[in-house]
Design a protein around this ligand. Structure first.
Ligand code: HPA
Length: 242
């Protein structure tokens, strides 16, 4: 089994490698840096979504190159992590949400491999946007590690890089969103187009703007991620062993 891990904000190494080495993969969409190694007998490839030193904002991430690189390294599945704000009073910071749906509010991103012409025209099915197999593994791993878990959730993807207004947050909650973030689309869509089984665990780092009455900062997101990093690493370690 070869497992791809895409680390989001606050997860810049998987923390589970025995012997990691850097790999550079040149794709049609650009070059991608990966760390490749072994964890408990499985091959693991780690990709840092925001690049070295968190230099890439959500709207400038080369999602196509990232997924193409993981496809080229022939991963059997992808587990992605994502920092999110909660849209619900009953989903608190520190909880892990295994995403099962998304609603896309991004714009202007390079969001497909299929642009017609020399590429095919393909309309992928999104009835179950996240791979059920990876979701099952993440849920089982979280239970066996006794981690605070919400088994499903709808992810609202905003364009960013700004945070939301309270009016937007109220709208997103009414639309059925559970959590909000800036990166899962088009990543999950491109993985489906590339026919890679993709699942994502969202780490709730804050209540979305207007739900808590304090102002939201990126530092708050980083601090909560740091405080919950051990949980996430335990989840990834367990998931890659299953
Ligand atoms: N909004 C959007 N993206 C985020 C948030 C948020 O509140 N928290 C972490 N990523």
């Amino acid at each position: 089994m070869k497992i791809g891990i895409i680390g989001g904000t606050g997860l810049y190494d998987a923390g589970l490698f025995q012997d990691a080495e850097e790999q550079r993969v040149l794709t049609k969409y650009g070059e991608v840096k990966l760390m490749a190694g072994y964890a408990e007998g499985n091959q693991v490839v780690f990709l840092n979504r925001h690049g070295a030193g968190h230099k890439l904002p959500p709207h400038l991430i080369n999602y196509r190159a990232n997924i193409a690189a993981l496809k080229e390294t022939r991963v059997d599945m992808i587990i992605a992590t994502a920092a999110v704000g909660s849209l619900r009073e009953d989903i608190a910071p520190g909880q892990l949400v295994i995403l099962d749906q998304f609603i896309d509010f991004t714009s202007g991103r390079k969001h497909t491999f299929f642009n017609g012409g020399a590429d095919a025209v393909v309309h992928v099915d999104m009835t179950q946007p996240y791979c059920q197999e990876v979701r099952g593994t993440l849920i089982e791993a979280a239970h066996s590690e006794n981690l605070p878990l919400v088994e499903k959730g709808t992810y609202i993807c905003t364009q960013g890089p700004r945070f939301e207004t309270p009016a937007e947050v109220a709208m997103f909650a009414r639309l059925g969103g559970d959590v909000v973030g800036m990166t899962n689309v088009p990543e999950v869509v491109l993985a489906r187009e590339a026919e890679i089984c993709y699942g994502a665990v969202a780490v709730v780092t804050n209540s979305a703007a207007g739900i808590s009455d304090t102002e939201l900062t990126h530092q708050e997101v980083l601090d909560t991620m740091a405080a919950n990093q051990a949980k996430l690493k335990r989840l990834l370690a367990k998931s890659t062993q299953m």
